[in-house]
Write a protein that binds this ligand. Sequence first.
Ligand code: R5P
Length: 287
Amino acid sequence: MIIGGSASQKLAALIAKELDETLCPLETRKFPDGERYIRIGGNIDSNAVVIQSTGYPQDQNLLELFLILKTLKSLEVEDIKVIIPYFGYGRQEKRFKSGEAISAQVIAELLEASGASEILSINLHEDGLCDLFNIPSYNLNAIPLIAEYIGEKFNDPVIVAPDKGALGFARKIGEILGCDCDHLEKTRLSPENVETKPKNMDIEGREAVIIDDIISTGGTIVNASRILSKHGSSKVVVSCVHPVLVEDALLKIFASGADDVIATDTLKSDVSTISVAPLIADFIKKG
Ligand code: R5P
């Protein structure tokens, strides 16, 4: 029995199809005063897979998820696998300043208390987030899916990380496709001047694919796209796992000179062209 929360309905349908499982009807509504109503329809099995990304509107998606989990638990569903393809509130996993809420920890505790038996997510911002759970928790990697897509569409591209932090993603794609990879690096030329450019590669006349885990405001990618165009790249394509794409981020990326943007469907967006459904379904099949 597969249940897709309102943030992940299409992905849930794709996963149900891959697994040849029933997609359970879910009624969700808002009362006139703004409060939520949910009702799980269909026959209730002893085990369930619930899919809900917790991106924007985070609080609403989370509350809906808690309501689904508690309802399943009260209907005596024993095994509840919770798939959170994009894990919102995943950036505050520790207290940086006194008095701050450790939001990721709070969410982890609430998921467990609501009845989750297992948590599965994709490219968590911090690997350590899995350690916040006392139930089995897994962090899958969607980068090979992006590599496969790039391999089909491009001929010998350079894979570029916008900063050193994302170099692991670029290296992984480079390793899978056997192509070059690099990252952008800032060099201080003088107290007033900083130059950012690819650390090792000459990208003049070459197709470049930028890779990052998340595109949020687009600031990181806009900067990278401009730099690659300035250094003579013949085509700049932007890719990421999680297209958070706050406000007009997509517009800003295209305006920076990027030729295309590709992302996975951990979050719904206009550029969510690569589905993580096979990755999730394979993991579930392995049991
Ligand atoms: C940072 O650690 C992440 O990997 C991304 O580079 C970052 O979240 C992108 O944010 P923005 O799109 O707002 O620049």
